[in-house]
Design a protein around this ligand. Sequence first.
Ligand code: MN3
Length: 202
Amino acid sequence: MAFTLPPLPYPSDALEKAIDKLTMEIHHGKHHKAYVDNLNAALQGQDALLNTPVDQLMREINKVPEAARQKVINNGGGHANHTMFWEIMGPKGGGEPSGPLAEAIKSTFTDFANFKAKIKEAGLGRFGSGWAWLVASGGKLSITNTANQDSPLMHGQTPLLGVDVWEHAYYLRYQNRRGDYLDAWWNVVNWDAVAKRFASVK
Ligand code: MN3
């Protein structure tokens, strides 16, 4: 079994509140597909690794032979990161989280507005390409960012929410205005999906 590109869980024009249809089509159909294809190529003939769920592959990155490891970090990370990204957005997104996730965000970051400001800071603070994250580790929440397609899973952290700040994620509509993209992005965050991820790490 090779890794496969998961279909978008909604039509490509469903996130227009923040992300235009053409960006979604290229991002999913070209960029994410290339990560999947390149991951399969990097692990060609290594059936045990090809059959490992991608999140586990990233968590156990040191089990990947050194010759293939950087390719798996780039492309396995790309596959894991984008699979999560599509899942935590949706056409009915926006608003604020509720329940235990909302309580955890409030107790860690004071309030929701401060949490959003910290994610924006993490996204703007990533020079070049990468991601801003809300992660869980050891029962605690924190905000971080990573370069390129590095996955928090490689550092023992579980990503609950992540926003892609590669230019390919926003350039067509926002050009160099990464901050405007990060502000609009909250309108498509699917908090039910984020809450589900949070519940699974408890
Ligand atoms: Mn991307």
